[in-house]
Design a protein around this ligand. Sequence first.
Ligand SMILES: Nc1ncnc2c1ncn2[C@@H]1O[C@H](COP(=O)(O)OP(=O)(O)OP(=O)(O)O)[C@@H](O)[C@H]1O
Ligand SMILES: [Mg+2]
Length: 342
Amino acid sequence: MSQSDFIKEIAKYGLENDQDKLFIALNELIDHSKKTNKINFALQLQSLLKDTIRHQASSSTLVKVGSPAHYLKEEDREINEFIIEKLTSEYKFDNLVCDKEVLDELKFFVNEHRSIEVLRHYELPVSNKILFYGPSGCGKTLAAYVMAGELEKLMFVVNLGAIVSSKLGETSKNLAKIFKRASAENCIIFIDEFDSLGKVRDYSQDHGEMKRVVNTILQLFDYLPQETIVIAATNHAGMIDDALLRRFDSRVSFDLPNKDQIKEIIDKTLNNETFKLDNPRALNGIVESCLGMSYYEIQKTLISTIKRSLFDQGDKISRLIPKIHTKVWKELIQRTQAEKKG
Ligand SMILES: Nc1ncnc2c1ncn2[C@@H]1O[C@H](COP(=O)(O)OP(=O)(O)OP(=O)(O)O)[C@@H](O)[C@H]1O
Ligand SMILES: [Mg+2]
């Protein structure tokens, strides 16, 4: 496409009041101008676009100029379809078991937002995009809740899988709407299953949709207001487009627990000695046998054992500290490990 084609497109979407398409077309013109060495022009357009997005983000509503009221309601409904939850969280760093490096990284990120005014004063960039990756059940979702709890921000949990698979061809538009809404409400966007983007490749015939979606996300990331945080989580970092991976200010790996961490998750689950093992000496062997399991799996076997032990006690609530049957627990762990291998 030539420059005049882009301008025609921009004029069309402008006149039609279709801001989402207008933004996409403008971004395409910016890319085109960069490629054709009109760097100054590209930068001017870019800053114009950025200012507009910032301005919209700081105004409290998302009213589109000239939109009839029923249109807004329709849009609300559409957006809500893709947001699983809007939540506030009580979780704090103390709830999360992880490596010291991971904790430091998360705390650093949180501090950037607590000290955002200082960073702005010195014109330092603020990190606002963070990727959590690693195997299932190792705390990625929990860590997102912790960030929301520590920062006392509202969090949108976005169902990327649903957006990608719902109406092919509308993924970019839907994502743009969600980002706009989140910026306006100054909240955290948590995109779980971030690798679902890779699935577009399977659905689409020509990979064109995939490219468009990735480009949209790159642009949404680039124009994200500093105080709007994006947390993305995936089990498959390898499936994510490289350009997209590079956009994250920080990438944090959540791994299976080592022995110390297994002990810590057990302690937390025993809830400060609300429960005690009937055979404390079995603990080291149990920790060893949990290697290879996720935090979630370990916690699940222990909670199940606690319940079974309580049921054995009958209906009475004892004043004594309930004793947990280590033998039952060992069996549950063995079963889980066998299922994983099988
Ligand atoms: N690192 C951890 N510290 C403390 N609890 C954890 C940790 N990881 C998992 N858990 C426990 O397991 C539950 C499930 O973990 P979570 O949903 O955070 O896993 P995930 O990494 O997001 O997994 P998935 O990739 O399947 O989404 C948590 O709510 C928590 O109870
Ligand atoms: Mg998760």
